[in-house]
Write a protein that binds this ligand. Structure first.
Ligand SMILES: C[S@@+](CC[C@H](N)C(=O)[O-])C[C@H]1O[C@@H](n2cnc3c(N)ncnc32)[C@H](O)[C@@H]1O
Length: 400
């Protein structure tokens, strides 16, 4: 693992104290969702709320917009087509990270002469918002940072790798039953006198916050499993099988759908349809941590210095969107979405060629990242009728 400076260790210790305090107030146990929320978003201390670099080569992980401007250029083609079909409108980017995507997308849309009125951004981290504002100082269109979702939004809402950063709850199988996998604090002697956390599984018996929602969610998941041919019924899953979901996902999608009066909501993320995400072979779930380009599965190592993510159940995204009146216009791989845009993918040097490989190849991000396009009062049939997208149309796999 990468070295940690004394200042970074001190920062992490402050956050651990804050988490330990929250745990003590909650009776000695925190759900993983509560832990992750504090570890990533606690003001001034959480990974996304404090000052670390995070994105790109000098950060902890690399996202598609940081790899190559081709990603934003290809998305801009889709934005252009959608905004023209709407007769003009706004772009709203969720969780813009470093702001790189916004810069490249705005410049690409300027070249395309896209009828874009404003480029709006919604970012929960004050630190990242300040960095985005510094980077986007002189853009050729109006840029605004929002604190809440707009009312009657007409245009395209876009988010890359935002859902996988929403805090997730975890379950673990114990003798065929789904238990809640949360967090406890180790005894001081086990933890070398400092603060350390460990996994603690417990039955959702109604004594902890969120138990009721957990039971509703596990019940829904089991019923949904029961409707598949290859059903991973909880009783048949091996002891120790783990899985996770983002409890706020459905409400978040519903709020976005309510905000969108006309246009498209495009979400790109690591994830799978439900029956593949909770496949019996995926015994350890999808929780991943990233620190200086090292990936591991221990979220208790250096909280505040490490990104924590979990994969997205795209069936849940589609269900929530449809319940809110949106149409699932496309569900495809990153490769399918980017290439179908028609953006020029010719590399001009070895670095660009490497970037394109990373974005497009199935063994890299090309297949693991999916794009879901949800729309309201916007006919995208022609756009998605292109050969390449038809071959990459994965909507049937969602089981909806
Ligand atoms: C993994 S980063 C991705 C950043 C950027 N989209 C990219 O692709 O490089 C996740 C981003 O989502 C933001 N975020 C997390 N929860 C959010 C929410 N509920 N609404 C808007 N942004 C959110 C984080 O602060 C961060 O900027």
């Amino acid at each position: 693992m990468p070295d940690v400076t004394p200042a970074e260790a001190e920062h992490s210790l402050l956050l651990k104290r804050r988490i330990a305090e929250a745990m003590a107030n909650a009776g000695g146990w925190l759900s993983f969702e509560q832990y992750m929320r504090l570890a990533l978003y606690e003001p001034g201390l959480g990974y996304y709320s404090a000052g670390a670099v995070k994105f790109g080569e000098s950060g902890d992980f690399i996202t598609a917009p940081e790899i190559s401007p081709f990603f934003a250029r290809a998305c801009a083609q889709f934005f252009d087509r959608s905004l023209r079909a709407l007769g003009g409108g706004d772009l709203l980017e969720l969780g813009p990270g470093s702001g790189r995507f916004a810069v490249d997308a705005i410049l690409a849309m300027q070249e395309l002469k896209t009828p874009l009125s404003r480029y709006q951004m919604l970012e929960v981290s004050a630190d990242l918002r300040a960095r985005q504002q510094a980077l986007l100082q002189q853009m050729p269109v109006q840029t605004d940072w929002l604190y809440t979702l707009p009312i009657d939004f007409s245009g395209v809402i876009f988010g890359n790798e935002v859902i996988d950063a929403l805090p997730c709850d975890r379950f673990v199988i114990r003798s065929g039953e789904m238990w809640r996998l949360g967090v406890g604090q180790m005894e001081a002697e086990q933890a070398d006198q400092s603060i350390a956390f460990e996994w603690r599984a417990r039955r959702a018996d109604g004594r902890c916050a969120g138990d009721e929602e957990f039971l509703i969610q596990t019940d829904r998941l089991c019923r949904s499993w029961g409707s598949w041919d290859l059903s991973p019924a909880a009783e048949t899953l091996p002891d120790g099988y783990c899985g996770e979901w983002q409890p706020t996902l459905a409400a978040w999608i519903a709020a976005l759908a309510q905000s969108l009066s006309a246009g498209a909501l495009v979400l790109a993320d690591y994830g799978l349809p439900r029956n593949q995400l909770y496949h019996p072979d995926r015994v350890v779930g999808s929780l991943r941590c990233h620190q200086r380009h090292h990936a591991h599965t221990d979220p208790f190592l250096w909280p505040g210095l490490v990104d924590i993510t979990s994969w997205v159940d795209f069936t849940a995204v589609a269900e929530a969107a449809m319940a809110a009146g949106l149409t699932v216009s496309a569900f495809t791989t990153q490769m399918g979405f980017l290439l179908a845009s028609g953006a020029d993918a010719t590399p001009h040097n070895a670095r660009e060629a490497q970037g394109l490989r990373q974005l497009l190849l199935p063994g890299e991000m090309g297949e693991a990242i999916k794009f879901i396009v949800l729309s309201r009062d916007l006919d995208l049939t022609e756009y998605f009728a292109q050969d390449l997208l038809v071959r990459q149309d994965l909507r049937d796999s969602l089981g909806i």
